[in-house]
Write a protein that binds this ligand. Sequence first.
Ligand code: NAP
Length: 292
Amino acid sequence: MHEIDSHTAVCGLLGYPSGHSVSPAIHNTLSEQLGINMVYVPLAVEEDKLGTVIAGADGWKFPGMNVTIPYKEKVIPFCSELDPFAEKIGAVNTLVRQEAGGYKGYNTDAPGLYRALQEEGMDPLDKEVILLGAGGVAKAISVLMMEKGAKRVYILNRTVEKAEKLAEECNRIAGKNLVIPMALSDYKNLTGSGYLAIQATNIGMFPNSDAVVIDDDSFYEKLDAGFDTIYNPAETVFMKKCRAHGKKAVNGLKMLLYQGIIAYELWNNVSVPEKLADQVYEKLCGILGTGK
Ligand code: NAP
């Protein structure tokens, strides 16, 4: 690690509680390997102090911060400007300090997922996509799928009203009827095949690792491949079921890695070489005791 001195730039993760995050490992490894004098720390902040903390960070010239639960939407009023994609989805996970002061809000979760999908040969271009979930991450993913040329997106959610609201918003943004809302059980009505399924609910996440959002084997027969946004456990039941039907399945660790790398690139105006990304990925697997 670079010696801490009066030039050390400080970046961090705004959230509450601070919890266990692997983000410091991503950013501090990148700084160490690239020889950049920056340190990244968890910054637990209570909601009524969010504005004060961001103004303080601006005063100290922190180059940037990540934003996590529960502040991805609440941070928006404290941004001096928004990247168009973050504005579209109404969620910010990265703040980048501007030369004149203030922070521009970005969302790197969806671009991180896109980089992971491309790397795994799961490009959504011209695909029919089944998105399981209609929460914050699903919103970013559905807009991304439209921007990246998915043929159609089916949003399946436990609370169907949330899927309907999200589909309506996406279709309004796209200016066409690309996104179709459904209840979770409506997968039976999907009569095609070769779908790309993206699992964006909390179901199956450690410690409830035995759970799966759709149990029925007939669902997995319809898929071409499955991407689970969850990365702990490394192989979710959703992934096991995809693989049992001979379909490719990938977890969310590379999505997490790339959302961090894209933020790091924005803060430091550098391009992280793929070899270094692989090295950080290996480190994360070691920390989490997981793999692909
Ligand atoms: P969120 O806004 O709270 O949304 C949760 C979603 O899960 C909703 O669609 C919710 O359905 C559904 N859900 C929760 N419990 C359920 C249950 N018992 N049965 C059926 N559906 C249920 O969460 P989020 O922030 O979008 O996060 C979603 C997932 O993304 C999480 O698994 C998280 O780990 C993952 N994630 C991954 C990364 C990464 O970098 N890999 C980054 C961020 C998030 P209702 O609408 O019906 O409540």
